[in-house]
Design a protein around this ligand. Structure first.
Ligand code: GLU
Length: 483
């Protein structure tokens, strides 16, 4: 059996769309699963302008995701070069071969002529298709124009009757009437190939056995097959992937900041969680398993379980999955990743980050939400004293008015300001005041945090704040309570 060879063929735009990351992932998983090769090819021929650093974005993203390519621009391989613009000169002879075979032809129509015919067709309410005008030129006329240096493109000569069909792994049997096919351009006026031509030539020359890509290419594929047939080349297996959607109506969009891999990384998602989740948007393992390492994905991956309905990228689900990954992180690694987010609120404050990290790890779904959760440590929020009321803790404003003044000297008298000492001292004092734990600990935590929900309890927060700030905040509470 021939070795499976898949390819990821991005155009360097400067960003990696999540849909692209998923396409790369499925190509990678399938190649690895089959003991085959995963090839990276940069498709930069249709590029209007060069985007500085765009290729690095592709490399960096794939590397960060753990998808290592076996052949590609930087690592080489037997089928290079792997950058289309470096292959420029090899496409024209193939197009000329097709012209000789009658499968393609020179077209000298100018842009103005085409525009005119397009407008006329549209005025008649028709969709414009190239009308094969130049197919009718005589051999002599063509030669005369070529000799005179008249600019030309080379077009594919599509059949106009019958239908073209192929079998797609995801979408099944696909058939299009040939009357829909447009005689697409293979070689542009500047001698460069179009994407439509280059991808076929390259896939063939690179020995690609399975073409896995976005479903926007589903309808052009019959034209690619005409090319394969004209050359007498073997057609690869096609695996078209549905679009990654935000919901049933909307695509992920740049404007909403949910389209690019980098958007998610800068919001503090973990690459492993993102990859795990993306794998499941469009593919189902056929079991209940939700958490997969890359190796497990390779093991479980099956192209016959790719969905043919759009994959919904549910950020809420991703957040949940991310939080599960965060919870399982090594504590040191968590601290290292959380530190810049702690710094956003607490830089320059003398706060025990290691302890804070212990308290925050299980409360972190995505890292960018850390600052809002720890802001109260930097600055006491303005709060309404009504929150001193808590039925279950048997606390209210008057209880707070009573216990907070008792707490002040007790806290002041603690020797070393450790969590343990704060705990022990306060717990010993509570029964002597004839109070239930909640009647002291609730008001204490409200007073020093200014909010009902906090990471950690009264002792942890008091410890993190330090003695001075703890006492100051209790003072503020007493003022608010009118004492
Ligand atoms: N360069 C194309 C793109 O970025 C690749 C399409 C393909 O995989 O054939 O959409």
């Amino acid at each position: 059996m021939t070795q499976v060879r898949t390819r990821f063929a991005p155009s360097p735009t400067g960003f990696m769309h999540l849909g692209g990351v998923r396409t790369a992932l499925y190509n990678y998983l399938f190649a690895k699963k089959m003991g085959g090769k995963f090839i990276l090819r940069i498709e930069d021929t249709d590029q209007e302008r060069f985007v500085e650093g765009a290729t690095e974005v592709i490399y960096d993203t794939l590397k960060a995701c753990g998808m290592n390519w076996d052949e590609g621009p930087d690592v080489g391989g037997d089928y290079g070069p792997y950058v289309q613009s470096e292959r420029k000169s090899l496409y024209l002879p193939y197009a000329q071969e097709l012209v000789k075979k009658g499968a393609a032809y020179y077209c000298f129509c100018t842009k103005e002529e085409l525009d005119e015919r397009r407008s006329a067709a549209e005025a008649r309410g028709e969709v414009f298709k190239y009308d094969k005008h130049c197919l009718r030129l005589s051999q002599e006329e063509i030669q005369r124009k070529l000799d005179a240096g008249v600019p030309y493109v080379i077009r594919l000569n599509c059949p106009t009757e019958g239908e073209s069909s192929y079998d797609d792994v995801v979408f099944g049997h696909i058939a299009f009437p040939n009357s829909d096919l447009d005689d697409m351009v293979l070689i542009k006026q500047d001698g460069m190939p179009t994407y439509n031509f280059a991808n076929v030539i390259d896939d063939h020359l690179m020995g690609i056995t399975h073409v896995m890509r976005g479903m926007e290419y589903l309808s052009s594929t019959p034209k690619y097959n005409l090319l394969y047939n004209a050359f007498g080349w073997e057609i690869p297996q096609y695996i078209h992937l549905t679009t990654v959607m935000r919901d049933a109506q909307h695509k992920l969009s740049k404007r909403d900041g949910d389209a690019y891999y980098s958007d998610f990384i800068s919001k503090g998602y973990l690459t492993e969680a993102l990859i795990n989740y993306l794998a499941l948007v469009g593919w189902n393992p056929g079991t209940d398993q939700e958490f997969f390492t890359m190796d497990e994905l390779i093991d479980a991956f099956d192209i016959h379980r790719l969905n043919n309905s759009p994959g919904i990228f549910d950020v809420t689900k991703l957040d949940w999955m991310n939080s599960q990954y965060v919870a399982r992180m090594d504590a040191d690694k968590y601290l290292e990743m959380a530190k810049p987010w702690f710094d956003r609120e607490l830089a320059g404050k003398n706060i025990d980050y290691r302890r804070l990290a212990e308290l925050m790890q299980s409360r972190t779904d995505i890292f960018s939400r850390i600052p809002e959760k720890i802001r109260f440590l930097a600055e006491l929020p303005d709060y309404d004293t009504a929150i001193f009321f808590n039925k279950k803790q048997k606390s209210d404003e008057s209880v707070a008015r009573e216990v907070l003044p008792l707490l002040l000297p007790v806290l002041e008298g603690i020797g070393e300001w450790t969590e343990q000492n704060i705990h022990d001292t306060v717990m010993v004092a509570i029964p002597t005041w004839g109070k239930k734990n909640g009647q002291v600990l609730w008001p204490m935590r409200i007073a020093i945090s200014g909010q009902e929900s906090t990471p950690g309890g009264a002792f942890e927060i008091a410890y993190l704040l330090g003695r001075e700030e703890t006492l100051r905040r209790i003072g503020v509470a007493l003022e608010k309570l009118g004492r």
